[in-house]
Design a binder for this molecule. Structure first.
Ligand SMILES: Nc1ncnc2c1ncn2[C@@H]1O[C@H](COP(=O)(O)OC(=O)CCCC[C@@H]2CCSS2)[C@@H](O)[C@H]1O
Length: 373
């Protein structure tokens, strides 16, 4: 059962703060089950940060249940250009988020449940959490064949991934979070998790692609709502606590002081793209014009999301070398970013000689350059 946030719940949360707030003394017994009212990835990741940073989890584990509108979530040390199709995501309005935990890239939508298990560092035990999820699944559907693998994925029928795991271990607190595919749009999942960008070299963590399946495809009783309820019940039984989930609003500053700033930070370009490990792109692109095809080469070094070095090369008959050099130089110091490149190229286009052929070639080349970002 879900109970909405009330002052009682607020106190239950607040008196567990590491930094004690005057007047709040009691302690939540045994643990808490929280469920987010938000489907915004940045707000939900901010709740994780907030609990991790502010709550005393000693003897009081927390389970946080949350879902998001369509989003690609990359791991802390990943390269978004290597992991997903950013152009397609822009087109479809699919968000991109970088989480604080390591590991690979996953797709979220309202058919995917996220579970975060918060404990002290000493009580952190991912396999135990996954076993709890399996028990919850079997409580709804006893015949369901689900197993945890060594890399802590959950597999359905020995071959289809239904859950992926990642974690963050802090000084005293830790969390293990995992996904659970109930009724996600699998077409969207596979199309956005395919990178169209070529020639990227980096030491970023690569994802490990798998065959995926939705639980609802196996059995039509396995909806998100039923599964969240069953997981909450199993968590409550295991920790001998009340099985009611407390509904929380991640934008509630009275309950989570400072949370808005956390969500804002997770939304910045500097966090999402800027934290990409240093990488280079070395690729060639075809310039098709009036039935002839020329090849341009582009080389870029990117550090902290910004272009440190750039070299664009095309045949001399296509564009004068001075123009190509001007283009390469003007990229240096700029963000490796589609919208910033668009502004820069539009400004450069205005300085282009008013020669129709030159202008159209320059325009085409600029459009091609943008496709790698
Ligand atoms: N939602 C979801 N659930 C399970 N598996 C998925 C999902 N989306 C994609 N995939 C598959 O997993 C691989 C990547 O596997 P890989 O093992 O590389 O990465 C993960 O599993 C990371 C899990 C992170 C969980 C966090 C919990 C809260 S915020 S995100 C991808 O290529 C797909 O084949």
């Amino acid at each position: 059962m879900l109970i909405p946030f009330s002052m009682k719940n607020c106190f239950q949360l607040l008196y567990n703060l590491k930094v004690p707030i005057a007047g709040l003394k009691n302690a939540a017994k045994g643990g808490l089950i929280l469920q987010s009212t938000s489907n915004n990835i940045y707000q939900n990741l901010a709740v994780e940060d907030w609990i991790h940073d502010h709550m005393n989890l000693e003897g009081k584990p927390i389970l946080f249940l949350w879902r998001n509108s369509p989003t690609v979530v990359i791991g802390r040390h990943q390269n978004p250009w290597q992991e997903c199709n950013l152009n397609l995501m822009r087109e479809k309005g699919i968000k991109l988020a970088r989480r604080r935990s390591g590991g690979g890239t996953v797709y979220h939508d309202m058919g995917n449940i996220n579970l975060t298990f918060f404990t002290t560092k000493t009580k952190y035990n991912r396999m135990e959490n996954l076993k709890l999820v399996i028990r919850a699944l079997n409580a709804v559907q006893p015949q369901l064949d689900v197993q945890a693998t060594d890399r802590l994925d959950l597999l359905l029928e020995g071959q289809f991934k239904i859950s992926g795991t990642a974690s963050k271990i802090g000084r005293t607190a830790a969390y293990h979070h995992c996904t659970l595919l109930c009724s996600t749009d699998r077409i969207a999942l596979s199309s956005v998790l395919k990178s169209p960008y070529h020639g990227i070299k980096s030491n970023a963590t690569p994802s490990v692609p798998s065959l995926v399946k939705n639980l609802l495809e196996n059995n039509n009783t396995l909806t998100c709502e039923v599964l969240m309820e069953s997981i909450a019940t199993e968590f409550a039984a295991y920790h001998q606590i009340d099985s009611n989930s407390i509904l929380i609003s991640p934008s509630d500053e009275t309950m989570f002081p400072g949370i808005k700033r956390k969500a804002e930070e997770l939304q910045t370009w500097e966090w999402i793209y800027g934290k990409t490990p240093k990488f280079s792109v070395n690729t060639s692109l075809n310039l098709l014009r009036e039935q002839s095809c020329s090849e341009m080469k582009i080389y870029v070094d990117v550090k902290n999301g910004r272009i440190e070095d750039c070299n664009i090369d095309a045949p001399g008959h296509w564009l004068p070398k001075e123009m190509l050099d001007k283009l390469s130089t003007s990229f240096i110091g700029n963000k490796f970013c589609h919208s910033e490149a668009t502004m820069l190229l539009n400004a450069l286009l205005r300085t282009c000689p008013k020669d129709h052929e030159l202008y159209s070639k320059w325009h085409l080349l600029c459009e091609k350059v943008k496709t790698i970002m």
